[in-house]
Ligand binder design. Structure first.
Ligand SMILES: Cc1cc2nc3c(=O)[nH]c(=O)nc-3n(C[C@H](O)[C@H](O)[C@H](O)COP(=O)(O)OP(=O)(O)OC[C@H]3O[C@@H](n4cnc5c(N)ncnc54)[C@H](O)[C@@H]3O)c2cc1C
Length: 480
């Protein structure tokens, strides 16, 4: 399904039209930059006091509601280091280079990425377009123009007080999808009186000292929290749906290394006396249960008269994960796919949106877009992919290259970068505890790094167990 570069003047003239971007994380900033490059009038509305989205570390958690429904945006915890190599983690024309005095490692602490995002804003003058402390409350269709083209009324609240309504010709939704916890349904969890929290609300290990902890979910965040908490907790019990899967090798290494780490099957129920009973009949008396069970897509501000819905984490219908056929191109989404290389993939999506809005590229007719979405969903279902993984692109680098090229002529990724990504993933799956500091680059990767100014690489740390040295946002210290 290809859309076309428009050479005629048949498409509406979008230049000088007003576009609202909701969210100033990587996706929203990518959108702002591309839209501006196409000459559009861009306003970015951001609820936080700064740009960066997830990377704007927030010591606040959802306090009274540790299961995370109280509206804190960032899910980043204090000691978090990136799990993607910095050499592939920047915008295509603005590499994520180490800052003087910053964390120069390949997988730096989270504050280094926030610093980079702020540098991007400075370098491209994006802050002129961003309105901070501005929460979007409602996005709804406004009366269309005479030519029938859609417009949107955006209601927002500034500094928690002043509400205002503005009309835009287009809205780009870029609000992320790692803020609304997705929880399992476990018998007894509603009445269990001990502590339960979602990883979204975890920041520091202090309060877990000496406790028996059960971590539900054994993918990357579950494994990483287990490794952090085993240092302070009495026992850490991981509860997994299955013991196979891509993290099996990493998991068995962790379990072999640490006597206070244990693996169990799923929890069958939680008892009033504090026991977590697993489906094999075994149990532990736990002080805390932490759910590392992922997130849900949520757009509480968006009113589309049912034209865009979220059904078991499928946002749709969305043509190529971006355009709802019935509302395109005036409504679009940047940043829906998961397991893609960031911000590169969002940059490609943003470029496509900008080219379509500027009239340089046209979309297929709505019915054709809808058919393409249905075909995509059917193919996923036929391949046994659950609905909730509709937007999971599985780090399929060839698909991502083809997507960028097809939608907006985005350049393909260099081979050395692909090799670096693939070896990074394979190292992580092999040993999640060591992959960030213990890696070996192939000749192709080493040459790519050298030719692109990435050598000499940052010194590797002397000590593997360096979490106490790690901080987050520059100028902030870990609590405790
Ligand atoms: C624990 C964790 C670790 C991760 N580690 C990595 C990693 O190592 N490497 C990697 O590439 N990715 C990682 N990610 C993925 C990460 O989410 C992306 O890198 C990236 O931050 C997504 O950008 P985004 O702009 O789509 O969303 P976000 O960063 O979430 O930004 C969305 C923005 O929208 C704003 N917003 C939301 N609602 C409104 C509203 N109503 N009004 C106004 N503004 C609003 C938010 O405040 C926020 O600023 C990680 C994610 C998590 C949760």
């Amino acid at each position: 399904m290809e859309d076309k570069i428009s050479s005629s003047s048949s498409s509406p003239d979008w230049s000088s039209k007003k576009v609202c971007v909701v969210g100033a994380g990587l996706a929203g900033l990518a959108a702002a930059r591309e839209l501006r490059q196409e000459g559009l009038d861009v306003t970015v509305l951001e609820q936080s006091s700064g740009v960066g989205g997830q990377w704007l570390f927030d010591t606040a958690t959802d306090g009274g509601d540790p299961l995370g429904m109280a509206g804190v945006h960032s899910s980043i915890y204090a000691s978090l280091r990136l799990n993607s190599p910095r050499e592939i983690g920047g915008f295509s024309d603005f590499p994520f280079r180490p800052a003087a005095g910053g964390d120069a490692r390949r997988y730096p602490v989270h504050g280094e990425l926030l610093r980079y995002i702020r540098d991007v804003c400075d370098a491209f003058g994006l802050m002129d377009a961003v309105r901070l402390n501005t929460t979007v409350l409602r996005v709804a269709m406004a009366p269309p123009r005479r030519d029938g083209s859609l417009r949107w009324t955006v209601r927002s609240k500034h500094d928690g007080e002043v509400e205002m309504e503005e009309v835009f010709d287009a809205v780009v939704v870029a609000t992320g999808h790692y803020s609304q916890p997705r929880l399992p349904s476990i018998d007894g969890m509603d009445t269990w009186r001990r502590r339960q929290l979602h990883s979204h609300s975890y920041r520091v290990p202090d309060s877990i000292h000496g406790e028996v902890v059960v971590i539900v979910g054994c993918s990357v965040s579950g494994a990483e929290l287990a490794l952090e908490l085993r240092r302070v907790a009495k026992e850490v019990h991981l509860s997994a749906k299955s013991t196979g899967g891509v993290m099996a090798s990493a998991m068995s290494k962790m379990l072999a290394r640490y006597a206070n780490l244990h693996l169990h099957p799923q929890i069958e129920h939680l008892c009033d006396d504090g026991r977590a009973v697993f489906v094999d009949g075994s149990c532990v008396v736990a002080d805390t249960v932490i759910y590392c069970t992922g997130y849900s897509y949520s757009f509480p501000f968006l009113e589309t008269e049912g034209k865009v819905t979220v059904d078991d984490n499928r946002v749709g219908p969305l043509f190529e994960h971006v355009f709802p056929p019935a509302l395109a191109p005036s409504l679009s989404f940047v940043g829906i796919p998961a397991k893609v290389i960031l911000p590169r993939f969002f940059e490609a999506q943003a470029r496509w949106v900008a080219q379509v809005l500027s009239g340089r590229r046209t979309l297929p007719p709505p019915e054709e877009m809808l058919r393409a979405v249905e075909e995509y969903n059917r193919a996923k279902e036929a391949a046994g992919v659950p609905k909730r993984r509709t937007h999971d692109l599985l780090l399929d680098l060839e698909y991502c290259d083809e997507y960028g090229e097809r939608t907006c002529g985005f350049p393909r990724m260099e081979q050395w970068k692909k090799e670096l990504i693939l070896s990074s993933i394979s190292d992580m799956r092999d040993d999640i505890e060591t992959f960030r500091d213990d890696y070996h680059d192939s000749d192709l990767v080493s040459d790519g790094l050298r030719l692109n100014g990435w050598t000499p690489l940052a010194p590797r740390p002397q000590e593997k167990d360096d979490a106490d040295e790690e901080g987050g946002v520059p100028g902030e210290r870990r609590r405790g």
